[in-house]
Write a protein that binds this ligand. Structure first.
Ligand code: SAH
Length: 389
């Protein structure tokens, strides 16, 4: 291990590491790193005390990502141990589930590695250049441990750009198409691992789909429905669901999912929600529940205010079409958009619509998407249930 280059972390960076942040930013590095070309380094404090082993990319703003607080070899055995531990946690937390996020990056202590399991197929996202260097060890371990039918590498995530990685989608194992029929609660969803959005589906919302079903009754409006995660879960408990999305492909899949789930009360509407909701708000249509689950509206800090206003505008119209006593579920999926921002945006919308709204509960992603309390960057999904007076 002595051969690994050392990187000196500033006192501020060291404090952040102690407090649970697993990243060292470029501005918190106090030594010359220009000649380091490797992807693994030792982090040391100003007094040269060993702080841990870290993935390293001198060309990234997130220059080091802590991999281990112990000095140990980072090899196939290391990955086998970490991946087996992540699998064990999932099996314990969600017995009986065959589709879940198996590895959630930093929060599973494997920075920049995300693995979603859909039955017998895996969808992998590697978002850091240094982690990408361990791709052979990771693939070998996953293949041995789970013996999947197919492994898809979804390298089409924007975060890769910042790391100097190409945006690509590759089929590492198996044959096209990679489609898995997955069961969640009572509904059946076919996930397309190569062509679907994100890793194929939105596993982070599964528990919220099931929770939302408890509040469903009468007429439900599912805005930004994708392939029907909410619509399918809620339909058995209500008269009808209107599912709105801009993607024809997603809605075609939703219809197939509804058939497979033996549901006949979901209507799909292919439209831009921003225009469609405006239209609805000016009409006589009303609903007992509205779900608002837009894609990430803020990609960077500069866009936050605009994103918050956009969300608030949508929420004001959603409140308008809600019947008295109706439920609004507002979701956001960006680490920059905090829980407080979501609640404030909905509160502002209610005031603007001159309605009283009571907050019922606030939730995050399911336990297969854990959060590091000392690292807010790992907490990105918020879902708030409100009731109109
Ligand atoms: N609610 C879904 C996930 C939604 S992801 C679930 O729980 O599974 C966001 C969705 O918004 C995507 O399906 C995307 O196609 C859709 N979308 C993005 N912009 C849109 C717009 N302007 N109007 C309607 N749908 C949009």
């Amino acid at each position: 291990m002595g051969a690994l280059p050392s990187v000196i972390v500033s006192p501020k960076g060291e404090r952040q590491l102690e407090n649970g942040l697993l990243w060292v930013f470029a501005s918190d590095i106090d030594s010359d790193i220009s000649k380091i070309d490797t992807h693994l380094v030792q982090l040391r404090g100003r007094n040269r005390a060993f702080l841990g082993l870290a993935l390293f990319n001198k060309n990234s703003q997130i220059t080091a990502r802590l991999l281990s607080r112990q000095n140990r070899p980072i090899d196939s055995a290391f990955f086998a141990e970490k991946i087996a531990a992540a699998l064990q946690r999932r099996e314990r937390l969600m017995p009986g589930r065959t589709s879940y996020r198996l590895i959630h990056g930093e929060a599973d202590f494997l920075p920049g590695l995300f693995v979603d399991r859909y039955n017998d197929s895996l969808s992998i996202q590697i978002t850091s250049w240094a982690m990408e260097q361990y791709r052979p060890e990771i693939l070998e371990t996953l293949d041995k441990l789970l013996k999947p039918k197919a492994i898809v590498l979804r390298g089409d995530v924007q975060a890769r750009r910042k790391e100097g990685l190409p945006l690509t989608v590759e089929l590492y194992k198996g044959a096209e198409p990679v489609r898995e029929k997955c069961s969640f609660g009572g509904s059946v969803m076919t996930i397309d691992l190569l062509d679907g959005q994100k890793s194929g589906g939105y596993l982070d919302q599964i528990e919220n789909h099931e929770r939302a079903a408890r509040y469903a009754s009468g007429r439900v409006l599912d805005l930004f429905s994708y392939e029907g995660g909410f619509a399918l879960a809620l339909a058995p408990n209500c008269d009808e669901v209107w599912a709105v999305d801009i993607s024809e492909r997603a809605l075609a899949q939703l219809k197939e999912n509804a058939e497979d789930s033996k549901l006949t009360n979901i209507k799909t509407i292919c439209a831009d929600v921003f225009d469609y909701l405006e239209e609805l708000a000016g009409s006589e249509e009303t609903f007992d529940m509205v779900i608002l689950d837009p894609p990430a509206l803020a990609r960077n800090k500069g866009a936050l205010k605009e994103a918050s206003n956009a969300f608030s505008n949508l929420a004001a119209k959603a409140i308008k079409v809600l019947k008295p006593g109706g439920i609004l579920l507002g979701c956001t999926c960006s680490a920059l958009f905090t829980e407080e921002m979501l609640l404030t945006a909905i509160f502002r919308a209610a005031r603007r619509a001159r309605n009283n709204m009571a907050l019922l509960e606030v939730r995050g992603a399911g336990p297969d998407h854990p959060v590091l309390y000392g690292m807010p960057q790992t907490e990105y999904l918020h879902a708030a249930f409100w009731q109109k007076e």
